[in-house]
Design a binder for this molecule. Structure first.
Ligand code: ADP
Ligand code: MG
Length: 345
């Protein structure tokens, strides 16, 4: 939030396009045998034995992120994570990414270094080769697009959930949305009094969920180790409600979701109380949690029941029975997708 006047500022034009690309990508290492050629030629060359999954996401300043409270290093990290999450949601192993950026000259080299530090950190932690990209100028804000590539022997679609399957979610929900609420509030406070240093101690988990989300690579391995193949799977980027609706719509099924089973971190509950927001609404319609939602056959229940990574939140029904939330008061209400973008509308 605070601009450091002493920070070094190197103009992008000092390096030129090729100098810039070399400078930003010099630390990237190739680890996967499927990468034959990475950065440096007209195109990368890959060689796989398995089926390939590929996914892409575009992040635009002012639409998907606000640089007044998102540090560039975190942005770089998150831009990679959101793509890896999509790869894992296909039950695939992520192996390579490309990174494209459009940047205006209001950004100094040091800003792009921070962005690439985040990208590099994510690539290291998730064991991903960065194999290329594109660099161009923008007249306004920053734009970043990541494409992720992965491989799988056993992809899982959204469309194969069956009546009586169990509905399972990993981790806990609503944290990223509540983290954003705290950051937005602090931004307003800062505008009024720039000297006021916020005390964010009580919100560390939820702010981290917003600024430094993780993708559930571990779950793909865990499911394999447990010998469980989900019938359908999706990652939670837009909120539980709309993701359940995607699975049900594409699988031609209905579902019962139990409010009391939705996993919430204590910090989400206490922050919801503070902001006077209903925590179930936040879990259903908040977004950016990047957990996995999947369905499994009843017979697989013993394999997952003791694992703290998983919450069984409901089950799949026939399409004719509809999609419902069973509230704590035991009333049955139709599930609605609000999507988190128009959550405040
Ligand atoms: P071309 O003119 O063929 O598009 P570029 O000069 O844009 O080639 O890119 C040269 C090499 O650097 C290519 O391997 C490309 O994939 C890579 N590259 C370009 N920009 C980026 C970036 N922002 N991040 C990672 N790799 C990049
Ligand atoms: Mg290019």
């Amino acid at each position: 939030m605070i601009e450091d006047k002493n920070q070094a500022r190197t103009d992008l034009s000092d390096l030129g396009e090729f100098g810039l690309i070399d400078h930003l990508t010099k630390n990237f290492k190739i680890n996967h045998s499927s990468t034959i050629k990475g950065i440096g030629d007209d195109a990368a060359v890959l060689k796989f034995n398995n089926k390939i999954v590929i996914t892409t996401d575009l992040l635009i300043e002012g639409v998907h992120f606000d640089l007044s409270y998102v540090p560039l290093k975190h942005l770089g990290y998150k831009a990679v994570i959101v793509n890896l999450s999509d790869v894992y949601a296909m039950n695939a192993k992520a192996t390579q990414i490309t990174v494209s950026i459009a940047v205006s000259n209001r950004f100094p080299l040091e800003a792009l270094e921070a962005l690439y530090e985040g990208i590099e950190t994510a690539a290291k932690i998730y064991d991903i080769d960065v194999i290329g990209g594109d660099t161009t100028s923008s007249t306004t804000g920053l734009l970043i697009s990541v494409t992720a590539i992965g491989e799988t022997e056993n992809e899982v679609y959204r469309s194969e959930a069956k009546p009586n399957d169990l509905l399972v979610v990993t981790g806990d929900l609503g944290g990223a949305y509540m983290g954003l609420q705290v950051l937005e509030r602090e931004k307003e406070v800062y505008k009024v009094n720039p000297n006021n240093q916020p005390d964010l101690e009580a919100y560390t988990y939820i702010i981290e969920r917003q600024l430094k989300p993780e993708a559930r690579k571990d779950i793909i391995k865990l499911l394999k180790d447990l010998n469980v193949k989900p019938s359908a799977m999706i990652d939670i980027s837009d909120g539980l409600s709309s993701e359940i609706m995607h699975i049900c719509k594409q699988s031609n099924v209905g579902c019962d979701l139990y409010e009391e089973k939705i996993p919430l971190d204590p910090q989400v509950i206490s922050t919801c109380e503070e902001f006077n927001i209903d925590s179930t609404t936040v879990a259903l319609n908040g977004g950016e949690d990047y957990e996995l939602l999947f369905t499994i056959a009843q017979e697989d229940y013993p394999k997952i029941k003791a694992n703290p990574n998983f919450s069984i939140i409901g089950h799949i029904k026939e399409l004719t029975e509809g999609l419902h939330l069973i509230t704590r008061a035991n009333t049955k209400i139709p599930l609605k997708a609000q999507g988190w973008k128009n959550f405040n509308a």
